[in-house]
Structure formats: C-alpha cells, structure tokens
Design a protein. Structure first.
Length: 277
C-alpha cells in the first residue's frame, strides 16, 4: 500500500509506511525499529541472527496488527537478499524507506597486519551489502509515492581526527559516503532521495570494539542513539527531497537550518563549526 500523507504546517505525516532496515538487531537498528513500530509502521528487518529475547521484544508489537517482519540473511549474498525481497514483496507493494544499518567493525590492527581477506570481508558487508540491498529492493521503492534511502555512516566520516588501526572499517564508510553522493545525482530522475547520516558515538558492541583501548567515552556524551531518531523524525516532517546527496550529523545538524544554508549539510567538516565544500 502506498503511503497516505497530508500536509499540516509544512509537515508531512504518513498514515501508512513500510520501512526496510538492515542490521535490525544491532544497537541503532533496534532503536529505529522500535521507534517506527511504536508509530504503528511496518518494519521489515534483517540480520544474520536474532536472539530469542530480541525476537520476543519485536514481536510484542504484533499483538493487534502484524507490523514486524524478520528474515535472517547475510546481505553479502545476493541469493539471500533475493529471497528476502520475495518475502517482503508478498506482504507489501511498496517500501517508502530503506535504512542501511548493517555493518561490521572488522579487525583492529595496523595496516601491514591486515590481510586482503579482512579488507574484503568488511567491504562485502559495509559497502557491497548496501549496493546489493538497493539494487534488489529498488522496484519496491519506486512503487511508493515517497522514496527515501538513508545510509548510516560512521567511523570518522567527516572528522579530521581519524583513529589509527581501523582503516578497513573507516574507509568502507567513506566509500559509502561517496556512493550516497553519486547515487543522489543518478536517482534524481527517479524522484528518489538518498542521504547519509553519521550517528555519532553509541554504546554498542561495534563502537566498543573500535574504541581505542585507553580511550574512555567522552564525558556528557549522549550514547543512546536518540539523536539519530530525532534527526530522521525531523527529516520525515519536511520535503526531504532538498536533502538528497547530503551527509548529515545527528549531533550537529538541525533540519530547521536547511533554509539558512544548504551547504552546511555536507559532513565534510574540519571540526564541528568549520566546513569545507
């Protein structure tokens, strides 16, 4: 079912909405899935595996209406994504939004000690997994009135103080940022919006593995992931087409500032106040 939406005070509210989330059992994927499920939206999620506790938690939203649909798949494998697509297509005619959350940290080591296989494994999930998902689910996305892809960035994208020993993960996210900007131009003819969001630090297994051993979390840092939820909520309340190709920071970027300076939203910043374009 295509979304029914109406405008009120320049805000767009969706009555019907289907969201596809990869890496749905990860920290951010779970936070986003719960947010949309509480809003009575359909969520189609995937990950390699799901714990009994998390499955029970998600399925609690299915008490009155079937809202959560889960498939255990490996997004590195085209055949598995095609099976997932077939399952999703059997339950909806369109997808309004794809959120690519799935990512692996990979090995934290010096450049000369990281094997080519490690590089390949990380890129297969963090970069090619996104390509696979967009490729295969594009027909369902095109069927919707509003088409939005959000790629979750990270690993120092947009920051000047990159961490050492994390080259495969960080560069895979830089590649995803570049893909986002390229596809924004290519998908314009399809009336499709694609953007990237840097969620900032969260108290997650992925961040804990990537965190320097002697480096503690910054004091007074919001590690809940709520800033990303708030940013996506704000995006859905505006005509988000103007944000296509932008790389946003959930910590620093405020959607209400888009009218003041669209160039702010590049995430190619030297620090949190200075930007280069």
């Amino acid at each position: 079912m295509s979304p029914v939406f109406f405008c009120y005070n320049s805000m767009i509210y969706y009555k019907y909405m289907s969201i596809l989330i990869t890496g749905v059992t990860g920290t951010l994927g779970t936070i986003l899935a719960e947010y949309f499920l509480k809003k009575k939206k359909k969520v189609f999620g995937c990950s390699k595996k799901i714990s009994p506790h998390k499955r029970k938690k998600f399925e609690s939203f299915n008490a009155n209406n079937k809202l959560f649909f889960y498939n255990s798949i490996d997004i590195r494998k085209i055949t598995e994504i095609k099976k997932w697509y077939k399952n999703v297509k059997g339950k909806t005619n369109s997808i309004e939004m794809i959120i690519n959350c799935a990512a692996v940290p990979g090995e934290v080591n010096s450049f000369f000690k990281i094997t080519n296989q490690v590089w390949k494994d990380i890129y297969d999930t963090n970069f090619f997994g996104v390509i696979n998902t967009i490729n295969i689910f594009f027909p369902l996305l095109k069927n919707s009135d509003k088409k939005l892809i959000i790629n979750i960035l990270g690993g120092g994208v947009g920051w000047h103080n990159l961490s050492k020993y994390k080259s495969p993960y960080i560069t895979s996210k830089f590649a995803l940022a570049g893909l986002t900007e390229c596809l924004a131009k290519e998908f314009k003819k399809d009336d499709l919006t694609i953007l990237g969001i840097f969620p900032g630090p969260m108290d997650s297994k992925l961040r804990n593995k990537l965190l320097d051993k002697n480096k503690a979390f910054e004091e007074n840092q919001d590690l809940s992931g709520n800033s990303t939820v708030n940013l996506i909520e704000s995006i859905l309340k505006i005509n988000f087409k103007e944000l296509t190709g932008k790389l946003l920071s959930s910590r620093f970027d405020k959607i209400e500032n888009t009218k003041k300076s669209g160039s702010l939203f590049t995430l190619r910043r030297i620090d949190n106040k200075t930007y280069y374009f």
